[in-house]
Structures are given as structure tokens and as C-alpha cells.
Design a protein around this ligand. Structure first.
Ligand code: PRP
Ligand code: MN
Ligand code: MG
Length: 180
């Protein structure tokens, strides 16, 4: 229970770690002999990013950008950039790391910013993807840990009105009978 919503476990910490190990292996192959820049999208990415980076063995840089668009459980549609990119990404191999790509509004904004730097390549790595909620198509979407239904989720970095980020597992909101 967080505020007014009830939640049930959806993805365990163990399942998450297994997927992260596999994604790490794939990235270590894909970025062999390159020096990628991993850019985490705060706040939601912080736990995923930390666990992912522990699986990366290629020489790499880590950076963060902070944007925010959600209030409670719904998107405001306006992406606020709270902390921008500190460093030039010109000719770099960029990996954007998100906890979740939901409607895709945040990601669209991020890609626009990143491409201004003329990077060598851009890929997206997301822990969660909601195919039914996604409003855009991204060719950059290469690393996806889990595809999930259109439920509201918290835990492992994801929040409900800023609460629940510290939960070890991922939980989904149990729909009230009145909701559809
Ligand atoms: C959440 C999530 C993604 C974004 C996805 O961030 O972490 O960044 O929303 O939603 P979208 O695809 O519909 O744009 P939020 O704005 O809640 O900020 P937070 O990471 O600080 O929780
Ligand atoms: Mn976020
Ligand atoms: Mg949020």
C-alpha cells in the first residue's frame, strides 16, 4: 500500500538481476573496442543504472541527466529538464538508460537533446517497456529487460508520487473495480 493505491509483486529482484546480467553480456559484445557513454535518466534510473554498470566490462563513462514529467500516476505531457547534459557527446557512442519507457514522451525529448551533440551512435536501454502505452517508435530501442502490460508500476527506482523507489522488487497497482 502506497498512499491510496494497493500493489502486488510483479517482477522479483532475482528476475531483474538475471535480465541485467544478460543485457550486460550483450553490451560488452556490442561495445567491444568502443568507449560508450552511459547516460542515466534520473531519478528513476538510479538503481537499474548501478546494477547494470556492475555488469559492464568494456571501458565506459557514466553520466546523468535529470528530467521529470509525471505527477502522481499520470504524465503531464511536459518534460521538465532539471539537470541537463554536462558534457559534449560529439562522436560518442551514447547509451540512454531509463527505468521505463511508457508513453515515450520523455524519450523523444531526450533523443532530441542527445542528437544535437552529433553523437556517433545512440541506443536506448530500458528496464521496462509498455508496448501498449507507447505513442512513438524508436529505432534506438535496443536493450529491453522486460515488456509489461499497461499497469502502473513502482519499486526498484520507480516511484508513485516519489514513494516506493527503495523497494527491491517491482510491484504493479491492483486496479480498483471502478477502473477500466
Ligand atoms: C518516469 C520514468 C521515465 C518516464 C517515462 O519519470 O522514469 O523517465 O517517466 O514516461 P513517458 O515514457 O510516459 O514519458 P518521471 O517523469 O516520473 O520522473 P522520475 O524518473 O524522477 O520519477
Ligand atoms: Mn524518469
Ligand atoms: Mg516518476
Amino acid at each position: 500500500q502506497i498512499n491510496d493505491k494497493e500493489f502486488e509483486e510483479m517482477i522479483s529482484h532475482d528476475q531483474i538481476q538475471k535480465r541485467i546480467r544478460l543485457i550486460g553480456i550483450q553490451m560488452n559484445v556490442d561495445y567491444e573496442n568502443k568507449v560508450p557513454v552511459f547516460i542515466g535518466v534520473l531519478n528513476g534510473c538510479f538503481i537499474f543504472m548501478a546494477d547494470l554498470m556492475k555488469e559492464i566490462t568494456v571501458s565506459s563513462e557514466v553520466n546523468f541527466i535529470r528530467v521529470s514529467s509525471y505527477a502522481g500516476d499520470s504524465t503531464t505531457g511536459v518534460v521538465k529538464e532539471v539537470i541537463g547534459l554536462q558534457k559534449s557527446l560529439k562522436n560518442r557512442d551514447v547509451v540512454l538508460v531509463e527505468d521505463i519507457v511508457d508513453t515515450g514522451i520523455t524519450m523523444e525529448h531526450l533523443l532530441k537533446e542527445v542528437y544535437k551533440h552529433e553523437p556517433a551512435s545512440v541506443k536506448i536501454c530500458t528496464l521496462l517497456l509498455k508496448p501498449d502505452a507507447l505513442q512513438k517508435q524508436f529505432d534506438e530501442l535496443t536493450y529491453i529487460a522486460f515488456e509489461i502490460p499497461n499497469d502502473f508500476v513502482v519499486g526498484y527506482g520507480l516511484d508513485y508520487d516519489e514513494l516506493g523507489r527503495n523497494l527491491r522488487d517491482i510491484y504493479r497497482a491492483i486496479k480498483a473495480p471502478t477502473e477500466t
